[in-house]
Design a protein around this ligand. Structure first.
Ligand SMILES: Nc1ncnc2c1ncn2[C@@H]1O[C@H](COP(=O)(O)OP(=O)(O)O)[C@@H](O)[C@H]1O
Ligand SMILES: [Mg+2]
Length: 314
């Protein structure tokens, strides 16, 4: 996560990340913070504070008096109190009074820099009068950025699309083709070649980005499954003017229970595949969701054949 966070700092190449840094400068802490903050009162005992932490799965609780931030109790404070038998002391007695905070109107990029400097992953947010109004974490920022970037990408795609509508492609680029790909067992390095080759051809044909994305996801998941689950196989993509048909056939060992394999979350991925981030058990369900028609033929000890088609809606 820290890679994504440091995108906005001066250390990285600005021209590469201008959209993200622009968003991070525009966004204020109030746009991303969590407003429902769990707090305790100065007179609460550490036993009560501990219960708040446990119930809400948090590792630090701001101490507030009449809505104003007066201190913070961390998990370390609780552990120390347990050691010394001081769980009946009040929060006021044991809290840290010098709390690192961030202002509600500060830019997100500044808040992230402050979090990095002080080494805390979350900071209480205060307004001008020192009232506690929220809490902000790295994750809050990342979530919001992903949400906004999605919007940026969709708008860019729409723009491309309207430009494409205005200038029809030359006839020789509209023709389809048949592509064949050999996909080898455990060949993680070349994973995604089939999907990206077809994607490029469809982009030339000016198929809509949303349809291309569905095809690319379905092909990529199929490709990965051959790499991680089979002894190797072949994928064929036939591109027609109005649709794509993909056939994937591997050399086994097949799927004993196809219905189970299609269930969300079911996976027999090896420890090695999991280490590399595969094996969420969402591949086959995702393929089904992305395509217009889908067929899978397999049995234990046999090859697996997957056929799917996607129409372009033009
Ligand atoms: N080509 C294949 N050969 C053998 N088994 C497969 C193949 N594709 C999928 N499977 C089986 O179906 C399960 C579910 O696949 P999928 O939904 O893509 O999840 P994941 O790949 O994350 O395990 C796999 O764990 C595996 O047991
Ligand atoms: Mg898979």
């Amino acid at each position: 996560m820290s890679d994504a966070i440091s995108l906005g700092t001066a250390k990285t190449k600005q021209q590469d990340i201008s959209i993200i840094s622009e968003l991070m400068y525009q966004l204020k802490v109030r746009d991303v913070m969590t407003k429902n903050v769990h707090t305790v009162a100065p007179e609460n005992t550490l036993r009560e504070v501990q219960a708040v932490m446990r119930d809400n799965k948090i590792s630090g609780v701001p101490v507030a008096s009449d809505g104003k931030l007066v201190g913070i109790i961390s998990l370390d404070d609780i552990i120390r109190a347990l050691d010394f038998g001081e769980m009946d002391s009040t929060a006021e007695d044991k809290m840290t009074r010098e709390v690192q905070t961030v202002g509600v109107g500060v830019s997100v990029i500044k808040a992230i820099d402050e979090m990095e400097q002080c080494g805390f992953g979350r900071l209480p947010v205060i307004d001008r009068d020192h009232y506690l109004v929220g809490i902000v974490t790295h994750w809050d920022v990342v979530k919001k950025l992903i949400f906004l970037l999605q919007d940026v990408v969709l708008k860019a795609e729409a723009r491309e699309r309207s430009l494409a509508d205005a200038t029809p492609a030359p006839a020789n680029e509209v023709e389809g083709a048949t592509y064949e790909f050999d996909v080898c067992k455990d060949d993680f390095e070349n994973a995604g070649i089939a999907a990206s080759t077809v994607k490029k051809q469809l982009q030339k044909m000016e198929v809509s980005p949303a349809v291309i994305r569905r095809i690319a996801v379905a092909m990529y998941e199929t490709e990965i499954n051959i790499i991680i689950h089979s002894l190797g196989g072949k994928m064929t993509a036939e591109i027609f003017p109005d649709r794509v048909r993909v056939i994937s056939k591997d050399e086994g060992p097949g799927i004993a229970n196809v219905e189970k394999a299609l269930t969300e979350g079911f996976s027999t991925a090896s420890a090695k595949a999991r280490e590399m981030g595969f094996g969420a058990g969402m591949g086959l369900p995702n393929i089904k969701r992305c395509v217009d028609d889908f067929k899978i033929e397999s049995a234990a000890g046999e090859s697996t054949t997957i056929t799917f088609g996607v129409k372009f809606n033009i």
